[in-house]
Every structure is written in C-alpha cells, then in structure tokens.
Design a protein around this ligand. Structure first.
Ligand SMILES: [Zn+2]
Length: 153
C-alpha cells in the first residue's frame, strides 16, 4: 500500500468526502470490511474473503498519475472512485500480497485480555499474537500468576 500512502495522507484517515452522511457511512463500512479480514486467522478463509473483496471492487491493476503525482499502481475502478472504494481495493491487494509472501496469516486481533487492537505482524521473528510489547508482557505475567495460583490450589 506504500504506493498509495500519499493519497491516504492527502485525504486523511476518514477521507475528504465528509465524515457525515453517506460518504462517512461508506468509509466506515469499508474499514469494517477490512477489519473483518484482519480478524480472520485461517489462511484459506482469508484468501477467499480477499478474493471476494477484490472481485467486488472490480480490482484491475492500472497506472495512475492523478493530482500531479508520478505514475503509480492503483486497483480501484478509476480516478473518480470514492475513498471507500479505493481503500477497500488497495487494502485487499496489500493484504493479498502479504498473505502470499508469508504463506500464512501474519495479522490478527491482539490475544491479550481486554485488548481488541488489530495488528499486522510483518516484522522479522516468529508469528505474533499481541499488538504490542506491553500487551505481550502483561499476558505473560497474567499466565505466570495463573500457573502459580493453580499450583497452590
Ligand atoms: Zn494488545
């Protein structure tokens, strides 16, 4: 999604078409669809969900030089696509590339109690289960205390 980072920055995380009314609803719906994929831990189910999203978006690679930017890759319907359509198509393509690169699902919802943050574990090292180091250590401490309690009882 790096190729489209400028567009995110330009439009902001909620898009310039307004946070209220239909535009805002479409943007929230698009974010919810991607969040749904990010909670899918099974590679086959994630791949089918991404295929469905790409088909729905009419995703077809094309080069665009909109707004004075150099030629870069887009997979949305056209330069007049809404922010929600662009976000869905670009996110689905980025996640599809990550899934094929890793051969597994490297994303998920944080496994720490009470934390529902979605993470993208594309760094080096083993598969992640937590969104952050604080959540990982909080969970380790809780598991340790649980084991101590079990041993005492
Ligand atoms: Zn967390």
């Amino acid at each position: 999604m790096a190729t489209d980072r400028h567009r995110l920055a330009r439009r902001g995380p909620t898009g310039e078409r307004g946070q209220h009314g239909r535009g805002g609803q479409l943007e929230r719906a698009a974010a919810a669809r991607i969040a749904g994929v990010l909670t899918e831990r099974d590679a086959d189910r994630a791949a089918h969900a991404l295929n469905a999203l790409l088909a729905e978006c009419g995703a077809r690679p094309r080069l665009s030089a909109h707004d004075g930017h150099g030629w870069h890759l887009h997979v949305d319907r056209g330069d007049d696509a809404s922010w929600g359509e662009w976000f869905l198509a670009a996110s689905a393509l980025a996640l599809a590339q990550i899934l094929t690169e890793y051969g597994r699902v490297p994303w998920g919802e944080c496994a720490a109690d009470g934390c529902r943050v979605l993470y993208l574990g594309t760094g080096p090292g083993p598969a992640r289960r937590y969104c952050s180091a604080p959540c990982a250590s909080r969970s380790r401490v809780a598991a340790h205390r649980r084991r101590l309690r079990e041993r005492r009882s």
